[in-house]
Design a protein around this ligand. Structure first.
Ligand code: CO
Length: 186
């Protein structure tokens, strides 16, 4: 956890630079380390041993590497593992409908609890490169789409709480089809 930058560090507020392709072996190793961190953080034994906070996404600038790349590791609603490294990702299209996590979002760079709703697109289509430098286009929805938008924000120096309504943290945007991630679609 000591290698993870915390809020207040200017690197987290900087816009990350595009990664040069083909991917250097150093960048590839960085992605592998980041992915290993997420896996360890979700492993009860490892996380207890190294006092890790559990995370499902990590962007390179969170470890001080100002490059446009991030990793994600979690399970989808059917329990399947979703494991991806993204290099120079772009959201090329998204739903109009939005979702939010009722418990708000968490971040390895934020040690305090933050309350409030963070509006996110319900689904996003992402185009970028994987850890082998191969071009990839994939669609994600629900929780995975939230992770992607949270990590993509990091690459632009945006923190999740920037998107919470300042006056009322539980106020949702008006004129938008938005629901809790756990509510059934109408
Ligand atoms: Co974060």
């Amino acid at each position: 956890m000591d290698d993870i930058l915390r809020e207040g560090d200017p690197v987290l507020r900087s816009v990350a630079e595009p990664v040069k392709l083909p991917l250097s072996s150093e960048d590839r190793e960085t992605l592998e380390c980041m992915m290993q961190f997420l896996k360890n953080s979700q492993d009860p034994e490892m996380s207890a041993k190294y006092k890790l906070r559990s995370g499902v996404g990590l962007s390179a600038n969170q470890i001080g590497v100002l490059k446009r790349m991030f990793v994600m590791f979690s399970n989808d609603e059917k329990g399947r593992i979703v494991e991806h490294a993204w290099v120079n990702p772009k959201i090329i299209s998204h739903s109009l409908s939005m979702v939010y996590l009722p418990e708000s979002e968490g971040c390895l760079s934020v040690d305090r609890p933050v309350q409030g709703f963070v509006p996110r697109y319900e689904s996003v289509k992402v185009k970028g490169y994987n850890q082998d430098g191969k071009e990839v286009t994939m669609k994600f929805k629900g929780y995975q789409a939230i992770i992607i938008q949270h990590e993509m924000d990091h690459l632009d120096g945006v923190m999740f709480y920037d998107r919470i309504n300042e006056e009322n943290p539980f106020k949702l945007p008006q004129g938008v089809d938005i629901r809790s991630l756990y509510d059934q679609k109408k």
